[in-house]
Design a protein around this ligand. Structure first.
Ligand code: D41
Length: 673
């Protein structure tokens, strides 16, 4: 192969790096391992050094970071947020120390502060007279995004500084991150809700602080560590970086407890080794350590070059990566029926451990990483997490490769696999039938809000499935006293109680029963809406997507999931068996056959309602066909005025719109008018 010209090579590097920057900073969806980015970046820096004419304004070397996103206000940092230079080995570290000492008129030793390098999102917090008034992302270092309301929701962020001598203005720089365990739990939750998973804790943190709704951020387990200053007014900054951090702690700002002062660069090397050894057991992800000259006068003397201080450097951990061959891809069926592609690899040692399997997350990831069976791939082991395939090496792609296809049928039970376009996870539609999902389905069926079968706990469900006594939820209703009493750890009295509970559960309601079936996207309230709309299960079974979309709160994803569920013959067999076993419910007159009583009416709720929340009132009114609006106009049919109603009530009176009180609303909702 001929070597591409330098200019071709440079433009390809720029394209790759710019693309990566966009994915990383704007979309929060990295497509390249950091090590790979760093390698390409250095290659470009070297190329531009050798051929200065290649250094164009659009080169990623000419700017650090990404663009501000439109939805959040742009915040210009009063003092720019600098970036950090990286080093990857002892030689580069020693060169850093040498440069520092030479610039400081050849001092023999320099004291450094050593900090773990959190793998999160850099942030600037602004306190005025001790009150948090603004939080902004780093952005491109000059301008970031204002995310104050989101940051206020993070428990470890001080809203107000404590103690004495609080500066008039204090800008603190820090890193927002998501603890590893919390990240795992969040992804488990997202997975059970059928939502897109985060690739790593850093993306989860970045995605969480950029939620337009701070209520969502508030539910995300984020934390912060502070490590630096921006603008300061009215404070004599201490003489050392370390003393400054101690003062931040006194004021109530969170500082990483692993930060240490060392006497010289050898101390830094020791710190690097110590932290490296602790890395797998730390509760958060770090990608290296940072060394900072401790003396502030020296920091000032050293200054900075092109946005990075000369007095600090990041010492990155080597990514534990290796190349191997992707031999096959299997699909594992998880608890909730999600199909996870797993790479079967030609065994390879990565950071001392043999790796022959790696997660591929989902089909979107496979596409993004451009993977085929037969490809040479890079595998990475980060800390103690499951190894993952980072990318394929296109230059080395063999002539004969095979596309990775999502199976059409579940590898465990053979049911159809569904994969809605805008959802990352593909799922087995087998539901009640798939052994991989059976235990969870039975637990859900028995739950209090579903069929409410007292005494049928998780352990017992597992025992019943493992012993083969129960295959589907319908089998529960054929259990005998003898079978139950023969189970390990089961007393005869408990067995009797369980049979009694099963018998009682047969007398249920249609909403409960529909919820108990565990159809994806059908929670309690959707089950209620479906029951009210269709009135019986026969009509629901035959419902088309179009009909389902008529039901309140049922969108295209839920509609698809419902039709897919009823298209599986075995789901219908289980339902028939349950009905045959005696499960019954009171009949409901379907809403679909009534003309909705409030169709065409626009209702405005104002003031405080005492008996029911505004959300519930809105839902119920909508279920009866009303439009619920937030503002009063001549088109408003009725204004319901609760306690302390204000301007909307006056406006209604002005316009001559009918006004009623909460008691009227309650009668309306019970159709007792
Ligand atoms: O933990 C970190 N990620 C970290 C980042 C840290 N401990 N210290 C840092 N110090 C700086 C300077 C020296 C420029 C104040 C940083 C960063 N910067 C930084 N984070 C993202 C870009 C720069």
């Amino acid at each position: 192969m001929t070597k591409p010209s330098s200019s071709q090579h440079a433009s390809e590097l720029k394209r790759l790096l710019n693309e990566y920057n966009y994915q990383y900073y704007v979309l929060d969806q990295p497509t390249m391992p950091d090590a790979e980015y760093d390698r390409l970046f250095r290659e470009l820096v070297e190329l531009e050094n050798a051929h200065p004419e290649l250094q164009t304004p659009d080169s990623p070397t000419q700017r650090v970071g990404g663009h501000a996103i439109k939805e959040f206000p742009a915040i210009k940092h009063q003092v720019p947020m600098l970036s950090l230079e990286n080093c990857f080995n002892d030689e580069e570290l020693m060169a850093f120390d040498k440069r520092v000492r030479e610039r400081l008129s050849n001092v023999s030793q320099v004291e450094y502060v050593c900090e773990p390098k959190l793998d999160g999102l850099a942030l600037s917090l602004r306190y005025e007279n001790g009150i948090l008034v603004q939080a902004a992302t780093r952005g491109d270092g000059e301008t970031g995004e204002g995310i104050t309301e989101n940051i206020r929701t993070i428990p470890t962020v001080a809203l107000q500084l404590r103690g004495d001598n609080i500066p008039r203005v204090l800008e603190v720089r820090g890193e927002v991150y998501m603890p590893r365990e919390k990240f795992t739990a969040l992804n488990e939750r997202l997975e059970s809700e059928g939502k897109k998973l985060f690739v790593n804790p850093r993306n989860a943190a970045a995605g969480s602080v950029r939620q337009l709704d701070p209520k969502i951020t508030a539910q995300r387990p984020l934390a912060i560590f502070c490590y630096g200053l921006g603008a300061v007014e009215g404070w004599e900054i201490p003489a050392t970086h370390y003393a400054m951090l101690q003062q931040l702690k006194v004021w109530g700002l969170r500082v990483c407890p692993l930060i240490k002062v060392v006497g010289n660069i050898q101390g830094c090397q020791q710190y690097y080794a110590d932290i490296g050894a602790q890395r797998p057991t730390l509760p958060y992800e770090i990608d290296g350590v940072v060394y900072k000259v401790n003396q502030l006068t020296w920091q000032k003397q050293l200054g900075f070059v092109s946005r990075a201080p000369r007095w600090a450097i990041a010492h990155k951990f080597p990514a534990q990566e290796a190349m191997t061959i992707l031999e096959a891809v299997d699909f594992q069926v998880g608890r909730t029926g999600s199909l996870t592609p797993v790479a079967r690899l030609k065994p390879v040692f990565v950071g001392g451990a043999k790796v022959s399997n790696a997660t591929l997350h989902n089909m979107d990831e496979i596409k993004r990483k451009d993977l085929c069976i037969g490809d040479f791939v890079i595998v990475r082991r980060a800390g103690d997490v499951i190894p993952e395939v980072v990318n394929s090496i296109l230059d080395k792609r063999p002539v004969q490769t095979q596309e990775i296809m999502l199976p059409a049928h579940c590898p465990v039970c053979g049911s159809d696999v569904i994969h809605p376009e805008d959802v990352a996870a593909a799922r087995c539609s087998g539901g009640l039938f798939c052994p991989a999902q059976r235990k969870e389905a039975i637990k859900h069926f028995a739950a209090r809000k579903a069929m409410d079968i007292e005494g049928l706990g998780d352990k017992l469900v597992e025992q019943l499935v493992d012993t083969g006594l129960v295959r589907t939820v319908a089998d529960l209703y054929h259990l005998t006293l003898e079978q139950l009493a023969n189970l390990e750890r089961m007393a005869e009295k408990s067995a009797e109680n369980l049979l009694h509970a099963l018998e009682q559960s047969k007398n249920t309601t249609l909403p409960r029963f529909l919820f108990a079936l565990g159809i994806r996207e059908v929670g309690q309230s959707t089950a209620l809406n479906l029951a009210n709309y269709f009135g019986d299960i026969a009509a629901l079974r035959q419902a088309s997507i179009e009909q389902l979309l008529q039901v309140q709160d049922v969108g295209p994803i839920a509609a698809m999931s419902i039709t897919a569920f009823f298209q599986q013959a075995h789901n219908n067999e289980v339902i028939d068996a349950l009905v045959k076993a005696g499960i019954h419910w009171p009949t409901i007159t379907p809403l679909s056959e009534q003309t909705l009583p409030l169709a065409g009416q626009t209702i405005v709720l104002t003031g405080t309602l005492e008996q029911l929340s505004r959300e519930i009132a809105t839902e119920k009114l909508q279920a009866l066909g009303a439009r619920v609006s937030g503002s009063v106009s001549a088109k408003t049919s009725v204004v319901v005025a609760g306690r302390d109603a204000g301007s909307k009530l006056s406006k209604a009176q002005e316009l001559g719109v009918a006004v009623h009180d909460e008691a009227w609303l309650l009668r309306l909702l019970t159709r007792d008018l």
